[in-house]
Design a protein around this ligand. Structure first.
Ligand code: KG4
Ligand code: ZN
Length: 346
């Protein structure tokens, strides 16, 4: 048959993951997708600690692979290719995954393919919705913020992106400034629900400039300034103050992402052709307010809006298996010289 069974391995940040995906002539099935997070390990430090992450990956990788194969009801010998995230990410974690995949490949003779983590995110709407090329993708996570034109499984054109912090980072910092729990995205979103969007107006950086580049570091400064002036005034923050700041901050991020997405779609209008499609991925894409504004922009443009389920928006190995599978089908392979690339632009 033409079907291809791929084992995927992901360990570039703070999730260890393995998955088995079966690619058919069109579309794919996720036979299993195991993700083991490390939030509990990093929580007390207020952020991901690379050394702790790497050690946890080493401990979890074999277990994840075994569980993924068992859940998929496959033996390793039934796998046609092993796809592994080879970057970008934290060097220790990426290395652990690459070593694990190389070991499996060397021991079995199953072909190996190193996958760019961002390509995994960018190809997710093909895995979930069988969207056809080309389409526009907004990748928004704790470490990334890019608008991409995806033309095939190895051709990505950067239309725009952040010039400093990623939006997820801004959410995390805002949470820290306000004394809310990490990761900051979900806490800030939760607080914002009780807040008044109009009480504080935060800047919309770079909206006055043409193009699709974004900036989020100034927002963090604005949040600090707002907090400090309330504290100077009243001696501390009330819950309502906190909620109002969260609401204003979230609204600013959503506006910037939406407007820059609108411009990006406009910029590649010709390339997108008659049936334009737009998709999002990354942890920040799980924010309901942000999703809603993106969907509005997308439908105003006339594009199909594809929002993969949450579990496939955040880091997982199914997207790596899928991306590796599609690249494998075009003849791409890696060999035992495959190495970890902590920096690896698409
Ligand atoms: O994609 P992801 O799970 O991991 C990587 O960064 O690769 O994204 C995590 C980021 C964190 O910064 C987190 O605060 C943010 O996504 N995030 C959110 C929400 N959920 C997670 N940001 C805004 N709203 C959310 N609901
Ligand atoms: Zn990611």
């Amino acid at each position: 048959t033409d079907a291809l069974t791929v084992l995927g391995i992901e360990s570039s940040c703070d999730d260890t993951a393995a998955a088995v995906v079966r690619l058919r002539t069109s579309g794919a099935d996720i036979l299993s997708s195991v993700v083991k997070g490390q939030n509990n390990l990093h929580a007390v430090f207020g952020g991901v600690v690379p050394e702790i992450a790497a050690r946890a990956h080493v401990e979890q990788l074999d277990i994840c692979v075994e569980e993924a194969l068992a859940e998929a009801n496959k033996r390793l010998s039934e796998v046609d290719a092993i796809a592994v995230t080879a970057g970008p990410g934290l060097i220790g974690g990426v290395l652990s995954g690459v070593m694990c995949a190389k070991g499996l490949s060397a021991g079995t003779g199953i072909p190996l393919i190193g996958v760019n983590h961002l390509a995994g995110h960018a190809l997710t709407p093909r895995l979930t919705d069988q969207v056809s090329y080309p389409y526009v993708m907004l990748l928004v996570s704790g470490g990334h913020c890019q608008l991409l034109l995806v033309s095939d499984c190895r051709t990505f054109r950067r239309i725009g992106g952040t010039i400093d912090d990623a939006p997820g980072e801004a959410f995390d910092k805002t949470a820290r400034i306000l004394g809310l729990a990490q990761p900051g995205g979900p806490s800030v979103e939760h607080e914002a629900m009780k807040g008044h969007v109009k009480r504080f107006t935060f800047p919309r950086p770079l909206l006055d400039r043409p193009g699709s580049d974004m900036s989020f570091s100034g927002l963090k400064t604005a949040v600090i300034r707002t907090r400090d002036s309330i504290v100077a005034d009243k001696g501390g923050l009330t819950d309502q103050d906190r909620s109002d700041i969260c609401a204003g901050f979230q609204d600013a991020v959503a506006d910037v992402l939406a407007e820059k997405t609108r411009r990006a779609l406009q910029e590649v209008k010709t390339e997108l052709g008659k049936n334009p499609a737009f998709s999002v991925a990354g942890g920040v894409a799980s924010n309901a307010k942000i999703r809603a504004k993106l969907e509005t922009v997308s439908s105003a443009f006339g594009a199909a809006f594809l929002a993969p389920p949450l579990a496939l928006c955040t880091d997982n190995a199914a997207m790596i298996a899928y991306a590796g599978g599609e690249q494998f089908q075009t003849g791409m392979r890696s060999d035992m010289t495959l190495s970890a690339r902590p920096r690896w632009p698409l």
